[in-house]
Ligand binder design. Structure first.
Ligand SMILES: [Zn+2]
Ligand SMILES: [Zn+2]
Length: 231
């Protein structure tokens, strides 16, 4: 009764465009998200221009093997998804975490992981922003798939410049040696799925993977909400 009354006076709004909806992100906004479908690179998950299957390695992954087993993303980092991520991260609209996390949870079919680990922020950045968007997304996925979420063991040792302003090689240098596993026992022989909001060049998640593997993780996968793609 109270719930109905509340819904009458305060109808739920689409967290992206603020139109009245039943639940979550509205159909119009959802249509503005370009989901990543195959064929894609078996390892890094980059989608190919050609729509002819099957999946295969991309040129970059043939040249240099990625440290993680594979990376996948829900959609291309443009349109609604880019707007939504900006609103979440830079405008503090944390009500977006649940619907965006649900998009990720629905996309995740293979869930034979032992642990979900969100990419950590440095404590100064965390203080500025007030939350870690990857942790908020990870929480929704963990709940939906009944997976263990560890957001304390992997840490970022220093604040880095935002990757978005840097070029390929600079990105790699910017995050080199930045991550460390604090509680050594946490990841030994575990299958870990790293969670982040955006995959750009993979430099950040590659560094996280190295730290996790050093701490004994058996396998590391990467799962992000969006991915920078030139298509
Ligand atoms: Zn909307
Ligand atoms: Zn690749």
């Amino acid at each position: 009764m109270l719930k109905n009354l509340l819904a009458f006076f305060f109808p739920p709004l689409c967290p992206v465009c603020e139109k009245v909806v039943n639940e979550g992100i509205c159909c119009t906004c959802l249509k503005g998200i370009r989901l990543i479908r195959g064929p894609l690179c078996t390892t890094c998950g980059v989608p190919f221009v050609s729509t002819v299957p099957p999946d295969h390695f991309c040129g970059e992954c043939i040249k240099k093997k990625k440290p993680f087993s594979y990376a996948r993303s829900v959609g291309i980092y443009d349109g609604t998804l880019l707007d939504a991520i900006h609103m979440l991260k830079y405008k503090g609209k944390t009500s977006l975490a649940r619907p965006l996390g649900m998009l990720m949870a629905d996309y995740l079919h293979e869930n034979d992981y032992d642990i979900l680990a969100p990419v950590p922020l440095h404590k100064t950045r965390l203080k500025e922003r007030g939350f870690n968007q990857s942790l908020l997304l990870g929480r929704v996925i963990a709940r939906k798939h009944n997976l263990h979420l560890d957001y304390l063991s992997l840490v970022r040792l220093r604040a880095t410049r935002p990757q978005v302003n840097l070029k390929g090689n600079e990105r790699t240098r910017n995050v080199r040696g930045v991550f460390e596993v604090r509680k050594a026992s946490s990841f030994i022989d575990k299958k870990v799925l790293l969670i982040d909001d955006v995959y750009t060049t993979g430099a950040t998640v590659s560094e996280c993977t190295s730290a996790l593997r050093k701490a004994g993780a058996r396998r590391v996968g990467v799962f992000t909400l969006a991915r920078v793609v030139d298509l």
